[in-house]
Design a protein around this ligand. Sequence first.
Ligand code: GLC
Length: 613
Amino acid sequence: MIRKSVLLPTACLLLGTASAATPFTTGAPAANAPYRNAALPVDARVNDLLLHMTLDEKIGQMTQAERAAVRDLNDMAVFGIGSVLSGGGSAPADNTPQGWAAMVDAFQAAALRSRLGIPMLYGTDAVHGHNNVPGATLFPHNIGLGASGDPDLARRVGRATAEEMAGTGVRWNFSPCLCVARDVRWGRTYESFGETPALPTALSTIIDGYQGAGGLAQPGAVLATAKHYLGDGGTAFGSSVTEGYLLDQGDTRLSEAELRRVHLPPFRAAVARNVGSVMVSFSGWNGTKLHAHRYLLTDVLKKELGFTGFVVSDWAGVDQIPGGYPAAVRAAINAGIDMVMVPNEYVRFVDTLSAEVRAGRVPMSRIDDAVARILRQKFRLGLFERPMTDASFQRTFGSAGHRALAREAVQKSLVLLRNDGVLPLPPGARVFVAGQSADDVGRQSGGWTLTWQGQNGPVPGGTSLLAGLREVGGGTVTYARAAQPGQARAADVGLVVVGETPYAEGKGDRASLALNAEDTANIRTVCADGPCVVVTVSGRPLILPGTPMNALVAAWLPGSEGAGLADVLYGRAPFTGRLPVSWPRSDDQLPLNADTRPYDPLFPAGFGLTTRP
Ligand code: GLC
């Protein structure tokens, strides 16, 4: 019997390409085909659907396109595109939950017009709330959740994020990053829960929050992504070949034993939590790109760890494999990548992979395995039965309940590093506040906020740290971005908030973590006038001036609920956070980790003072 998968329209066979002129709308299977029967076991549905699929329909499922790259909605059916994504900041013109739902449903309706009616899966990075959408609840970035050390909190944050996503039709979250950040000069340090595997492993509970306790088909559940496999946080300083980057997308140079000890445990935990997808790291291991690493992707992740979900590439990660595009596609798919985040030239990808299969350089068994893994998650999600947005979850978007949860997360993320008794502040205290980061929700939210890189300035629905102090404090709170000598003397205490301009990925790679000049001047000026509290709002530890200070608080990147900081500064909630990463004395100590020697940090990982009543 000629397998259906080679029954291509004649035009395609003549042209040798998959660029069929018309959608596969003829020869649709019977309405009662087994794969359409929700009562059957998922694997039975998968196996039946595979039998109906042509090679090009299978390759279509392995293709993920960026929303802005889809030339014509009709392409969804013509190529059977399996997934669409929004990259950081890629939003519909109507950037509201309703606008997102309309956009996603339009892609879905187009996908369902294909011959087999396979629903597409829409994904995005909702890494600290549904951060592309104005008004979403923005939670502390992972480094703050790591400081909380609270697995149940992480799970609840995951659930709230999933609900706000579900109302917009997005059912796949490229989160959590289970990276183990070994060098805090890395621009993605804040996406990590910590510098050793214990915290990312413990807080992988966020996957349960995303995917739901009752299974992926439950309302409000989204597919989670354990990323970036493997060793993304362990690259050597200066090893990146990406223009302008120092560590991100670089090379992790470790023995296999060390790679397994440090970076693998969080992924083992994610697999045990039945994570639906794993995203491959841009980085390499001892000179071989992870995107082409068959041993790690197939032998370790799929066979040894027993991962049954699907592996997705990172953004054009396949293109970074040396040897030309056809060889790169061949290497990536044969290594074990199941879906390719192309994300723009999807016709080129489809044609290239199709040619590689026809030439026998990518076995059909590999294609069938990849497609089976993708379809299995789509059936688990209930997408065939409920492909369109569940708008009922729009009521949770930016809700008071979610904001209260985010405020709790801020409280629990704060780490008290120094305190001579000036904290907690007495109610009604007169406070003078200085620093750009005190009154800027964009700075306190960091990267992946409304845009890929994030930006200074207001964020709809957010409360700045300064507004929070005024809401909670009960006393006079005065503010200047740049303090003048003597200005703090009229207050009982000076509060200097220092930080970073938002960044994401390798654009945040730094050779030095020294504080910027404006913030340094503020510390010196305010602390010269009397009692002073310094608060860092940053994606990582910063190298501070030696100026004596009465208290020092690490607030990380708290997100939209800035009042959570005031709650703890005024003693309404205790300081309970612990450092998820080591705090260096100087740049030349880096990388600096608690499980390596020599180890002489300013503050060790795990350190944190309390003000428990
Ligand atoms: C980015 C990031 C990855 C993200 C993906 C889609 O380059 O490396 O974490 O999920 O592209 O935005």
